[in-house]
Write a protein that binds this ligand. Structure first.
Ligand SMILES: O=C(O)c1nn[nH]c1-c1ccccc1
Ligand SMILES: [Mn+2]
Ligand SMILES: [Mn+2]
Ligand SMILES: [Mn+2]
Length: 332
């Protein structure tokens, strides 16, 4: 990496060791105009974030200090222009305004590398108040099928995808906010006995992909249901959990609610299970087809949940899954 040189002809801002606002601003503009980052900087950013998130706990814990705000976003799925709309409406990330992206940054939308690199750049800029939870789309199987692997290869190369894949395996699986809200991408468990300590103790580094069973799979894949108890997943992976399951989990672990994503909601968010399970989804007009809004949740030091909805914005005429290799070849 060190001996990679950035040609004089490169028209972008240079990156030294540390992320700078100047580099961020230039990056945002380049991506808006369909330009790329120099591959040296792509490697540098991914490697830096891989090290940062690898060192974080499987369940990260954070507070919201006075005159600070934390914004929780759900799935963004490669919809870069809608991500910029969140920042335009709600403010760009800063020392006092943190963001938590609750998985599924990539796949489906055709600006997945732009979203992943921008979120990673902000993680470098604000490592202590910018959070990334792993989603089921931060996995090799989904990236092969739903566009991210193909997009990495088309815009950069295979090594970039491999590095992203390694960084995804290092991502935390949950983030606890003010000891009140547990955020994770999918949802709760097949076993009522699971506690926050079990999540803390989960060694995510010796299992790089969630597989078909276990705690990591359930955190990335499960969905709420209205019926009490547990039921089969409509996805064929994981399960569905009812309001009683959420109540028991919250009471056992001293939580006010679980904030999850993973499913479209027409209003961008939905408060379910008597307020103890909240779904937030931040990809409006999902896949350019569903007529859903997006949403995000602002949390200040009083820990009240402030729900905000937003609409999709126009984007260059590139369809979802433009880089997906959904041919049989991708299974080989
Ligand atoms: O791609 C999606 O919409 C999605 N987001 N989270 N999980 C999925 C998914 C899972 C299985 C099959 C298809 C989509
Ligand atoms: Mn999703
Ligand atoms: Mn998902
Ligand atoms: Mn769109």
């Amino acid at each position: 990496l060190e001996n990679m040189i950035v040609e004089d002809s490169y028209d972008g801002v240079r990156l030294k060791e540390d992320m700078t606002q100047e580099f961020l601003d230039d990056m945002i503009e380049r991506f808006k105009n369909g330009k790329k980052l120099h591959r040296k900087y792509v490697f540098q950013i991914i490697l830096a974030v891989k090290d940062l998130v690898y060192a974080e706990a499987t369940m990260v814990e954070t507070e919201v200090a006075p005159d600070h705000m934390l914004t929780v976003c759900g799935d963004t799925h490669g919809q870069y222009f809608d991500l910029l709309e969140i920042f335009r409406l709600n403010g760009f990330p800063s020392q006092k305004h943190g963001y938590l992206f609750n998985g599924d940054f990539v796949d489906r939308g055709s600006w997945s590398t732009e979203i992943a690199l921008l979120l990673y750049a902000y993680k470098m800029m604000y490592p202590k108040f910018f959070f990334l939870n792993r989603g089921n789309h931060e996995t090799d199987d989904m990236n092969r099928m739903y566009g991210f692997e193909g997009e990495c290869k088309a815009k950069y190369n295979e090594r970039v995808f491999k590095l992203f894949s390694e960084s995804f395996s290092a991502l935390p699986l949950a983030t606890l906010i003010g000891s009140k809200y547990l955020t994770l991408h999918g949802g709760l468990f097949s076993d009522d006995a699971i506690t926050l300590d079990d999540i803390r103790k989960l060694n995510r580094h010796n299992q790089r992909q969630p597989g078909q069973a276990g705690l990591m799979m359930e955190m990335l894949w499960t969905d709420p249901q209205t019926m009490p108890g547990r039921g089969p997943s409509k996805r064929g992976v994981g399960l569905q959990f009812g309001p009683d399951v959420t109540k028991r989990f919250c009471e056992k672990n001293g939580l006010e609610a679980v904030i999850r994503s993973h499913e479209v909601r027409m209003e961008g968010y939905e408060v379910e299970h008597d307020g103890r399970c909240i779904t937030v989804f931040s990809a409006p007009k999902y896949c350019d087809s569903t007529e859903n809004k997006g949403a995000y949740i602002n949390i200040e030091s009083d820990y009240k949940l402030q729900f905000n909805k937003f609409d999709a914005v126009p984007h260059p005429d590139i369809k979802p899954m433009a880089y997906a290799n959904n041919s049989m070849m991708s299974m080989m």
